[in-house]
Design a protein. Structure first.
Length: 256
C-alpha cells in the first residue's frame, strides 16, 4: 500500500524545498566578494628584492598571497605582501653557485642543515661546479681546466634526480666520475658520469694511455694496461716491452 503523507509533513516538505530553491537562486545572483587591493600591490607594480633584482606584481589575491614574476628569469612565485615590501623574495632560477648553479625548485633542498645522503648530493653538485667554474680551484688543479657541466645539471633539481636514481645504496662511499665511461671526457653529464669507489679512481689516476694495433689491424686505445691485458688474455710484461721498444709484437699485437 502507498504511504499517504499527512498535511503537516507535506507542508514541511514544501517549505524545505522552497528554502533550497531560494538558496540556489541567491547563490546565482549574489555579487562576488570584492578584494580591496592596496595601492602599491596593483598588477604591474615593480618591487626591488634584496638579492634577485626586480619583480613585477601579477595578481594580488590576499595579503598572504601575492603572485609575482622575477624580471631577470621570468620565474613566477607567491609571496606575502609584507615580505615583498621589504624585498624578501627568492628566485630559485637565479644562478647563485659559482655563477651558473641554481636551485631550480624546492623538491630537493640545497639549504643548510642537510644530513646524510642529502648532504652528499648537494656537496657532490657544488664540488662539480667548483671544479669547472672556479678559477682558484683550477689553479690548484690544472687538470680541470676546460671542463664543464651540461646545462641541465646547472639546475640542482635535475642533478638531484639523477643522483638519487644512480647512487649505489650498499653503504660504500662513492665519488662522481666523468671519464671512466668515456676516456678523456671533459663534460659532466648523465651520459658520461658514474659513481666509482676511491679504489677505482686511484686505478684511473695511475693508468697511462697507449695505442696498440690488434691482430686484425685495428688501432685500439688503452688507458688501463693491466685490465686490458687481463681482458684480452695477453701478458702484460710482453706488452710493456713492446711499448718500450724492446719487443716488436706479442700474439699479433704491435705498437701503433
Amino acid at each position: 500500500m502507498a504511504v499517504v503523507k499527512s498535511s503537516t509533513a507535506q507542508l514541511e516538505e514544501f517549505i524545505l524545498m522552497r528554502r533550497v530553491r531560494l538558496e540556489r537562486e541567491d547563490v546565482k545572483t549574489r555579487s562576488p566578494i570584492m578584494i580591496k587591493v592596496p595601492n602599491d600591490m596593483v598588477a604591474g607594480a615593480i618591487f626591488e628584492t634584496n638579492n634577485f633584482g626586480n619583480v613585477e606584481v601579477i595578481e594580488y589575491k590576499s595579503c598572504a598571497e601575492v603572485l609575482i614574476r622575477f624580471i631577470n628569469t621570468g620565474y613566477v612565485y607567491s609571496v606575502e605582501c609584507g615580505n615583498l615590501r621589504i624585498g624578501r623574495a627568492r628566485d630559485v632560477m637565479s644562478p647563485s653557485v659559482f655563477g651558473v648553479g641554481f636551485a631550480g625548485g624546492t623538491r630537493f633542498s640545497k639549504t643548510k642543515g642537510l644530513r646524510g645522503l642529502e648532504r652528499k648530493c648537494y656537496n657532490t653538485w657544488q664540488s662539480m661546479l667548483e671544479r669547472c667554474y672556479d678559477k682558484k680551484c683550477q689553479e690548484k688543479n690544472p687538470t680541470y681546466k676546460g671542463c664543464s657541466v651540461v646545462d641541465e645539471w646547472h639546475n640542482f633539481q635535475n642533478f638531484s634526480e639523477w643522483f638519487y636514481d644512480n647512487y649505489p645504496m650498499d653503504g660504500i662511499l662513492y665519488h662522481l666520475d666523468k671519464d671512466i665511461k668515456i676516456n678523456g671526457n671533459k663534460v659532466y653529464s648523465p651520459i658520461a658520469c658514474s659513481f666509482v669507489t676511491q679504489a677505482d679512481n686511484n686505478i684511473k689516476a695511475k693508468a697511462k694511455n697507449y695505442k696498440l694495433i690488434d691482430p686484425s689491424g685495428n688501432i685500439v686505445e688503452v688507458y688501463n694496461l693491466a685490465q686490458f691485458c687481463r681482458d684480452n688474455d695477453i701478458v702484460r710484461e710482453c706488452i710493456r716491452d713492446m711499448i718500450n721498444g724492446r719487443q716488436y709484437s706479442h700474439r699479433g699485437w704491435t705498437r701503433a
